[in-house]
Ligand binder design. Structure first.
Ligand code: ADP
Length: 462
């Protein structure tokens, strides 16, 4: 099967969050399963491809997998991918509509007649739209079907209607049955309508997004496509996230040498200037600082948390959260290490060093950090929502984490206290819990097979 895979970020070439992880791992695993895969992404600054052509460049990853970088330096050679600290780039619509048009040209040039066009999020959802509108009668694309994966419904690619002519499609498509959304252009909505199938990244989230509470205004559009809406749980790249081989962490370890995990805790404390105290519970967080991630309840619970525990936060995002967290961190360097940046190395160290990892997300399409934490024997503390509900069962019910159901600072605190009580009172049990979660399998192998089933289903549709 030939798959053309489209994403605005792909690890290790460009990353702002989980989208890049997924779009780095899934194609690799599809290729391992025998699919021929070409990933298309923008040619951003700091990417060094192997081969250069007119308007694009390529890097071969494996025999079955190649990355194609679409070039337009004025659009893509910038410091950020979509958003600067002062807001979104004003020409995001122009940038990504250029990308989505150009990929069809390049597909023809490289003579790759894909069976499946797999797009991801609003940035590439115009590909689903163009395939059905602009290339409907093009023989080269005959029989091709398209799938849109929604990684996060909260980001829809909404633009003012004045820009509609940039899209290069007939004005009739600016109507509520197609791309119009309360008087504006909504690219994700268009993708949902024109894709042959739509999926999201966990079964629970695929049900939640059909409700008013989580549907971000698109719940009825999604409900209309219910029969073609799937939920496929993400995996993690177990080669990148592997405490036995991780070159970023201080001390490698496995479940049979779990006591060596503590060397990471000692060293991270030293590096970040946290107080040395063997018995203090270390909480970690690596996250976008966005409303979705539960930063508001974290901040409300922070004074209480810092009375008893140590916390390391690595993250960037909304300026208001930067400021509120900085205020809380002032004069508390011994118990609170705040790192407002994107730092892959420090992220690995935090996963390895922490006793528990906090994911108080208000909503969570899938979440990767809880799976990464498991891999490092770090116990996740999560709000019961979306993919977190599909992957973390409470310790009291035989699961590998601590779960709170009410979205409230008190509930977060209680879950932390329950975890610490076990850590303090029964070290043996805590260690066996760590060992147990390290054996959980969230690798992509199974998930890639689920995607292939979805592709097959999609190809069988009229
Ligand atoms: P989302 O995509 O919503 O941000 P996910 O849990 O799906 O959340 O994925 C987050 C990914 O991004 C994880 O690999 C996490 O470790 C990484 N990450 C988030 N923030 C940072 C940061 N500041 N520095 C390094 N890695 C980060």
């Amino acid at each position: 099967m030939k798959i053309a895979f489209f994403s605005s970020e792909v690890f290790p070439f460009a990353k702002t969050g989980g989208l890049a992880d997924v779009c780095g791992s899934l194609p690799k695993n599809l290729a391992k399963e025998g699919c021929q895969v070409k990933i298309f992404m923008p040619f951003y600054k700091n990417i060094n491809p192997e081969n250069f052509y007119d308007g694009f460049a390529t890097t071969r990853v494996t025999e079955n997998l190649e990355v194609v970088f679409i070039r337009n330096d004025s659009y893509f050679f910038r410091d950020y991918l979509y958003t600067t600290p002062s807001g979104d780039y004003p020409d995001n619509l122009e940038r990504f509509s250029f990308f989505c048009k150009k990929v069809f040209e390049v597909l023809k040039k490289i003579e790759f007649s894909a069976d499946i066009f797999h797009t991801n999020d609003w940035q590439t959802s115009l590909v689903n739209i163009y395939l059905k509108i602009l290339y409907k009668n093009d023989k080269f694309f005959k029989g091709a079907k398209s799938i849109l994966t929604i990684h996060n419904l909260a980001y829809q690619g909404i633009f003012s209607k004045e820009k509609f002519s940039c899209l290069g499609i007939d004005e009739e498509y600016f109507s509520p049955s197609y791309l119009e959304f309360y008087g504006k252009i909504n690219l994700l909505k268009g993708g949902i309508i024109f894709a042959d199938m739509v999926n999201t990244v966990s079964p629970t989230y695929s049900r939640q997004i059909q409700t008013k509470e989580f549907g971000c205004g698109l719940e009825s559009v999604l409900r209309q496509r219910k029969d073609r809406l799937w939920g496929v749980l993400n995996g993690i790249d177990v080669e990148i996230w592997n405490p036995c081989q991780d070159s970023f962490i201080y001390q490698r370890y496995s479940s049979s040498s779990i006591e060596e995990k503590y060397i990471n805790k000692v060293k991270l404390r030293e590096e970040l200037g946290l107080r040395k105290d063997e018995n203090i519970f270390l909480l970690g967080m690596v996250t976008r600082l966005a409303e979705q991630k539960g930063i508001d309840i974290l901040i409300k619970a922070l004074d209480k948390i810092l009375e008893k525990y140590q916390l390391v936060v690595l993250g960037t995002g909304d300026e208001v959260y930067h400021q509120q967290l900085e205020k809380k961190a002032k004069n508390r360097g011994e118990v609170f290490s705040l790192n407002l940046k994107f730092d892959e190395t420090l992220a690995h160290k935090i996963y390895a060093a922490s006793d528990v990892f906090l994911l108080p997300s208000r909503f969570e399409p899938c979440g990767l950090s809880q799976m990464i934490s498991y891999r490092y024997g770090t116990i996740p503390i999560v709000h019961h929502t979306g993919g977190l509900a599909d992957t973390v069962k409470d310790y009291s019910r035989g699961g590998g984490g601590f779960v709170f159901k009410r979205y409230h600072p008190k509930a977060l605190l209680e879950a932390i206290m329950r975890a610490e009580a076990l850590f303090k009172s029964d070290r043996k049990e805590w260690i066996s819990l760590m060992k147990k979660v390290m054996e959980y399998d969230f690798s992509w192998q199974k998930t890639a097979k689920d995607y292939i089933k979805m592709y097959e289903k999609c190809l069988s549709l009229d």
